[in-house]
Ligand binder design. Structure first.
Ligand SMILES: NC(=O)c1ccc[n+]([C@@H]2O[C@H](COP(=O)([O-])OP(=O)(O)OC[C@H]3O[C@@H](n4cnc5c(N)ncnc54)[C@H](O)[C@@H]3O)[C@@H](O)[C@H]2O)c1
Ligand SMILES: O=P([O-])([O-])O[C@@H]1[C@@H](O)[C@H](O)[C@@H](O)[C@H](O)[C@@H]1O
Length: 537
């Protein structure tokens, strides 16, 4: 098995798929329903089918991941995890010998049901990463910026997330990783962060922008694809000012004139866009002001965000969707969490907390909107979100949630949850997935077969295929936000399946529900589709 590279372990034997040396071309029928709500109350549904060709470049690019806030808990934990895998480090704990793993990563630790086994009808699951060629985490080149000058060895020790036995073995590799200087503007992150700001580019915004672009260009000289991820502190929400943030040109002029209301995260976004490298916002602030979005569209550069979805909110985006899909009506949700890491310290400042509160609150909106039997137009769930900072707990995040729902005949159903986990050990695999899936997305393009001379087109500017990883996904204009985790997962998986000419996962399993002769032609030659595909391997 090991002799076969991961990207060649799944082979689709179909006239609709062509494996060429450098690309996979799939002929795909995209089925959708066009719906019109008629004034008489009738919902008119018209199934339509669009014929597409989907092209995936097979050559995986050498990926350079640049993190803003590299020396923070998330950035240092991810860097340490990649290095631990690269060096094959094992370490002892009270529980025994440990080795690195990627638990929590969709791309590295989850599987996909690909179909039913022809011999016994059992479901066959394959690792997600075996479907299409994707970057091996060990091959990622990492770099980044931080306002703190601590090297990554110091950062990992400061974060106190990983076992000391692992920290000690990583020291020879991490002590040479030094974050590049960054920009610090007092009005955007909490004042309590000032103490670590000793690694700064002390220059005008324009010069800062130029320096960030130069840093990205340096990474471009080593990597084919560069992805920039903001995993720095949560900024307060930025006022969207007319003449400053509203258009791409105004924003560029505001940077040139050193306008104080251009946030550090917007500077990083603009630099990435101008360098045409994807920029991902892992925090909740409104980095993507209209001017940034217009610039990204104009430059045909990708952006994605906002705010990694890792713990309490991820659970909420499953639970509320589940309740509402069952026809149960959530009416009051109280979410409280306390933690003691530097992120918690920053969020103990009210303005920064408000940004986080917004992204943690809106996550139930799509579920509520999906069911007008339960909710009147405009009706809201009573929903409160509180975060407290308890330094002693460090990176351990404690979340307590109470979901109260109405059930039949005036009954109520109250679910209480207590969730304890290391904040950064949840976030690191999510950042890894974002980097890997972004690189994959840059290699996928679509063309219409129905439209004459149509050319292959990449994903649009807002990479909403990545919504699974965000609390508050940004989407292209005219689209609709999906927060429900399982729908977001299905979206990624079904697009990947489409790249291989496979239908979406429908879970109908008719093979087990109707008489076998309805599906199987008794006269078909046996085992035709089970031939070994030697030339492929
Ligand atoms: N851990 C999670 O589960 C999770 C989930 C969702 C979102 N987030 C967000 O991810 C971000 C990082 O979380 P963390 O736990 O690593 O926080 P952290 O405080 O440990 O790390 C943030 C780092 O950013 C640096 N920084 C601040 N401003 C900067 C700037 N302008 N340029 C460069 N560096 C800067 C800080 O010095 C620090 O090292 C936070 O905004 C947090 O809200 C985390
Ligand atoms: O993903 P999640 O657990 O809902 O949200 C988390 C918050 O609860 C936590 O307080 C914060 O520090 C993290 O950055 C993250 O945003």
């Amino acid at each position: 098995m090991d002799a076969v590279p991961a990207s060649r372990r799944v082979f689709v034997d179909s006239p609709n798929v062509r494996y060429e040396d450098d690309q996979i071309i799939a002929d795909y029928r995209y089925s959708a329903n066009e719906v019109t709500k008629r004034p008489n109350g009738v919902v008119h549904v018209k199934p339509v089918e669009k014929r597409l060709q989907i092209r995936t470049n097979r050559k995986v690019n050498r990926l350079g991941l640049m993190m803003v806030g590299w020396g923070g808990n998330n950035g240092s934990t991810l860097t340490a995890a990649i290095e631990a895998h690269r060096q094959g480090i094992t370490w002892k704990t009270r529980q025994g010998l440990r080795k690195p793993n990627w638990l929590g990563s969709l791309t590295q630790a989850s599987t996909v049901q690909i179909g039913l086994d022809t011999t016994d009808g059992s479901p066959v699951y394959v690792p997600f990463k075996d479907l299409l060629p994707t970057v091996d985490p060990k091959d990622i080149i990492i770099d980044g910026w931080d306002i703190s000058s601590a090297d990554l060895n110091e950062s990992v020790r400061r974060a106190a997330v990983l076992d000391v036995g692992l920290q000690d073995q990583l020291e020879p590799y991490l002590k040479f990783c030094k974050p590049k200087p960054s920009v610090y503007k007092e009005k955007f992150i909490a004042l309590n962060q000032m103490g670590r700001a000793d690694n700064l580019i002390e220059a005008s915004d324009q010069k800062v922008l130029d320096q960030i672009r130069e840093d990205i260009r340096q990474m471009k000289s080593k990597a084919d694809t560069v992805v920039v991820v903001w995993t720095a502190n949560t900024e307060c929400l930025c006022p969207v000012l007319e003449g400053v943030h509203d258009t791409a040109d105004n924003l560029l002029a505001a940077i040139a004139n050193g306008h104080e209301d251009v946030s550090p995260s917007a500077l990083f976004a603009v630099a990435s866009i101008l360098e045409k490298v994807p920029f991902i916002n892992g925090s909740p602030q409104n980095t993507f002001v209209p001017g940034v979005r217009e610039l990204a569209q104009r430059e045909k550069s990708w952006i994605a965000g906002d705010d990694f979805k890792t713990g309490q909110t991820r659970m909420k985006s499953v639970l509320v969707d589940f309740l509402v899909s069952c026809g149960i009506k959530p009416v009051a949700i109280a979410s409280y969490n306390h933690l003691g890491n530097n992120d918690g310290k920053n969020l103990s400042s009210h303005q920064q907390f408000l940004a986080k509160k917004a992204s943690k609150t809106n996550v139930i909106d799509d579920a509520v909107l999906s069911n007008d039997i339960l909710y009147e137009p405009g009706e809201k769930v009573d929903h409160t979100v509180i975060i407290e900072y308890l330094p002693y707990l460090g990176d351990s995040k404690r979340a307590m949630d109470e979901y109260t729902s109405e059930i039949m005949f005036g009954g109520t159903n109250t679910i209480v949850m207590h969730n304890v986990c290391e904040d950064s050990l949840l976030a690191a695999p999510v950042i890894l997935d974002l980097a890997i899936l972004t690189e994959l997305a840059t290699r996928i393009s679509f063309r219409s077969v129905d439209v004459k001379d149509s050319e292959f087109q990449p994903f649009t500017t807002e990479l909403s295929i990545l919504s699974y990883m965000f609390k508050a996904p940004i989407i292209q204009e005219g689209g609709h936000v999906v927060n429900a985790l399982n729908k977001q997962r299905a979206s990624i998986l079904n697009i990947v399946r489409a790249c291989l000419g496979l239908a979406p996962e429908h879970h109908m399993d008719l093979e087990t529900k109707i008489p076998p002769f309805v599906l199987n032609d008794p006269n078909a030659p046996a085992d035709e589709h089970r031939k070994l595909l030697q030339p492929f391997y």
